[in-house]
Write a protein that binds this ligand. Structure first.
Ligand code: ZN
Length: 484
């Protein structure tokens, strides 16, 4: 039988506000345990939460960018449960009137499939603290620094059919939220994490199978691998005549498998009720218009503009706008006078290459646009050849080092003196008479060999075009000598 995988996602995104959702504690990542806390976020009796206005603004902006309907009258609800990372024994969230409903996110997968993922809702809530288990001391330590950090949870309809679609959606979501400036979406710091709801059914069936939920996945790799594993596990169960149990499962990256955590709760298990400490919110049309007008230029708009203004191919514009910081970097290099296509080539080749080799995102890069512009200029004016420039780039990339200083210290200026090139050609011909003879007997390959020998003598610093010309000229002269 052919099976179809059905996936829905719940994505938690930490908002990039300076302070927490209901108090003025910092949201800064890290810090010594329990130093970013106050009586409000640690749930002391008698304290009262006050909504941070930026949280509302960021949530509405995200809702607008995801093409959702903004709930004009919305409020918070209490989700009651006890867990040591939640000192109040309830989480302030939204159940009945979430701030955004019915969004739409168009995606395109690497294999070219285009579809729209429907957003069921987006709601605001507070994050919980962190528990650190110490197996040696048989103790658990509670760190409440993350308690009360603002989150939005974005819930999709079960519209995904493969891990590839899920990753395409998450990349789109991450790019959108970064362009908006509402979150840094750093998966490694947990500011974007996913719960994957997955079920399988016979291909062509309309009915949904029993689903399981995998919690807190925080890398694209873990998401893809857990989807593959869980799909296989469910199909095998059904084919053996067993049934899938609705439950929450934990993905173990080291064991490459999911494990049952607990049976899945339903909304009624949480005894939700309207939050009595925070008044409902009424959003005016003027407020929404104001936020709508302030939305920045998004990736698609930049792509269209780069194609129109700089004549760049669609592929380039897609690469350049994949991360907001990269698009900003590109725009700065062009503003500083670099040729747009040259800048695009360097960014897509060298910059992305270095970022990926170092496991960095564009916004963490120290390299300045000015440094890249200078390198491009050195190549254009013939002071460095392209290969040497790439080496210099790699050397200065990490710390935005001094290009001229590096070139000077390593003697990398391009050899432009025709006498030096001629001398090297002379020497290469003298040392390799067989290759010269081979060339004249029709072996084109010998040409490349001779060019290589000349480049080697000049330590790779010569302009390849000039060397090519000099070798060609010398071969012609030698040919004339043979003819006579
Ligand atoms: Zn606080």
């Amino acid at each position: 039988m052919t099976w179809e995988t059905v996936i829905g996602l719940e994505t938690h995104v930490e908002l990039a506000t300076k302070t927490k959702i209901f108090c003025s504690c910092t949201t800064a990542f890290g810090g010594e345990a329990n130093t970013h806390c106050c009586p409000v976020c640690t749930g002391m009796p008698g304290t009262l939460p006050v909504l941070n206005e930026s949280v509302l603004e960021f949530a509405v902006k995200a809702g607008l960018a995801l093409n959702g309907d903004i709930t004009r009258f919305c409020r918070f609800d209490r989700k009651n449960y006890f867990y040591p990372d939640l000192p109040k024994a309830y989480q302030i969230s939204q159940l009945y009137l979430p701030i955004v409903r019915d969004g739409r996110v168009p995606i395109r997968t690497p294999s070219g499939l285009e579809k729209v993922i429907r957003i069921h809702e987006l709601h605001m809530e507070e994050d919980a603290g962190k528990l650190v288990h110490d197996p040696w001391l048989d103790q658990t330590k509670c760190d409440y620094n993350r308690c009360g950090v603002p989150l939005i949870e974005i819930v999709t309809e079960p519209d995904f059919r493969s891990a590839e679609e899920v990753v395409a959606y998450l990349e789109k979501l991450r790019s959108t939220l970064q362009y908006l400036g509402v979150s840094d979406c750093k998966m490694q710091e947990g500011s974007l994490r996913c719960d994957v709801n997955l079920s399988v059914r016979p291909a062509g069936s309309e009915e949904l199978g029993t689903r399981t939920e995998m919690k807190n996945l925080n890398s694209f790799k873990a998401i893809s691998r857990s989807i593959a594993y869980e799909t296989r596990r469910q199909i095998e169960l059904i084919e053996e005549g067993k049934r899938v149990i609705q439950e929450t499962r934990r993905w173990d990256d080291n064991k490459d498998a999911t494990f049952a955590m607990r049976s899945k709760e339903n909304a009624q298990d949480y005894r939700y009720f309207p939050e009595p400490d925070i008044p409902p919110l009424e959003l005016s049309e003027e407020y929404l218009d104001h936020l709508r007008a302030g939305l920045p230029e998004m990736a698609e708009e930049k792509m269209t503009r780069y194609q129109a203004d700089y004549g760049l191919p669609e592929y380039d514009t897609q690469m350049l706008t994949g991360q907001k910081a990269l698009a900003d970097f590109f725009e700065s290099t062009v503003a500083l006078g670099a040729d747009p296509k040259q800048a695009a080539n360097w960014i897509m080749g060298q910059v992305l290459g270095q970022l990926s080799a170092r496991g960095l995102e564009a916004k963490d890069m120290k390299l300045s646009p000015r440094t890249l512009v200078h390198l491009i200029e050195l190549v254009r004016t013939g002071k460095l050849n392209r290969n040497t420039a790439v080496k210099v780039f790699e050397a200065v990339f990490a710390d935005d080092g001094d290009v001229d200083g590096y070139v000077k210290a390593h003697g990398l200026e391009q050899v432009s003196d025709p006498g030096a090139v001629a001398g090297a050609v002379e020497a290469a011909f003298a040392a390799n008479p067989q290759s010269v003879a081979d060339f004249h007997s029709g072996k084109e390959k010998a040409f490349g060999f001779l060019v290589g020998q000349v480049m080697r003598q000049l330590k790779g610093r010569a302009d390849p075009k000039a060397v090519n010309e000099a070798v060609r000229k010398k071969l012609d002269e030698a040919k004339c000598g043979l003819d006579k």
